[in-house]
Design a protein around this ligand. Structure first.
Ligand SMILES: [Zn+2]
Length: 140
């Protein structure tokens, strides 16, 4: 039993099963339309770009760049005790964006956070079956 006090997603196997199965193995799985070859996130059964239903899943690099962020000074549920924390959008290496909680930065020093910073995905176990992706700023 995992001790996790934040809200846990209820995965929809029809639209996002491979995403959550990959997350269990530490893999970032993304949907890609085989008609227009574009990646989209969140997962959908129809491509938001060309409306094709020809969707395939592939293992992404798990790399991206910080698109934008906000400091959250209050949280609810289990997030209250983590406040302040950073929510962010990550530009995925393969295309599209993912909303996340950003780690590896000091939420009390937002002036030190650089738009465009390189980020990598990591997964946190939330339950026996659910691993949640978070992104971390890396410096190299
Ligand atoms: Zn498409």
């Amino acid at each position: 039993m995992v001790d996790y006090n934040k809200p846990i997603p209820d995965p929809d196997p029809y639209t996002s099963g491979p995403f959550w199965e990959g997350a269990k193995e530490g893999k970032l799985m993304l949907p890609r339309c085989t008609t227009c070859n574009r990646v989209h996130f969140y997962p959908r059964i129809i491509c938001p770009h060309c409306h094709s239903s020809e969707i395939e899943w592939f293992e992404a690099s798990g790399e991206g760049h910080l698109h934008t962020f906000a400091v959250q000074h209050r949280g609810f549920g289990g997030w209250a005790e983590e406040a302040p924390f950073i929510t962010a959008y990550i530009d995925l290496q393969e295309g599209d964006r993912m909303m996340t909680v950003l780690r590896g930065v000091d939420p009390l020093k937002p002036e030190e956070i650089e738009i465009g910073a390189k980020c990598v995905v990591e997964f946190e176990q939330a339950s026996d079956d659910v691993y949640i992706p978070f992104w971390r700023v890396v410096t190299d």
